[in-house]
Unconditional design. Structure first.
Length: 153
């Protein structure tokens, strides 16, 4: 079994060894990101995990037809553990605690309402990073607000 933190050795954006698929504890407190998320230019594209439709449970084109698609509850995680790269995640304890509480009290219940009961931490972390990528100006505003509040007194 390899060290789950091996991929933290180089934080220069270079590709590192893929995570060990046999790890049962993906480290819920660590930030995980997809190396190369699907482009937003192709809204109908999906992540190919290397599984055939029969292996992934996806309907076969010849049997399901174009109208047959799985609901998010039936499809399982959006991407496999082997597609993530563990990265350091630096935040204050109170911010992390608030984030965990929000996940527990808002995000997971919203997913449960959509019958998604097998959410993965990696999916939530990936969604948060995608949201930050969509709203970089808001991220900058939050950094500036915090600096102004904690500035010289």
């Amino acid at each position: 079994m390899s060290n789950p933190f091996d991929d933290l050795k180089s934080d220069d954006g270079g590709r590192t060894e893929p995570a060990d698929e046999n790890d049962t504890d993906p480290g819920a407190d660590s930030m995980r990101t997809v190396d190369e998320p699907p482009s937003e230019d192709a809204p109908n594209s999906s992540v190919n995990d290397g599984a055939t439709p029969e292996q992934s449970g996806a309907p076969n084109e010849s049997s399901g037809g174009p109208g047959a698609s799985l609901s998010p509850a039936e499809s399982g995680p959006a991407f496999e553990y082997s597609e993530v790269q563990q990265k350091p995640f630096y935040a204050r304890t109170e911010t992390v605690d608030e984030f965990k509480n929000t996940v527990r009290t808002s995000i997971v219940p919203t997913l449960a309402e959509a019958d998604v009961l097998d959410e993965e931490t990696r999916e939530i972390h990936d969604a948060i990073l995608r949201l930050a990528n969509e709203r970089p100006e808001r991220v900058a505003e939050l950094v500036l607000e915090e600096r102004r509040q904690s500035g010289p007194e």
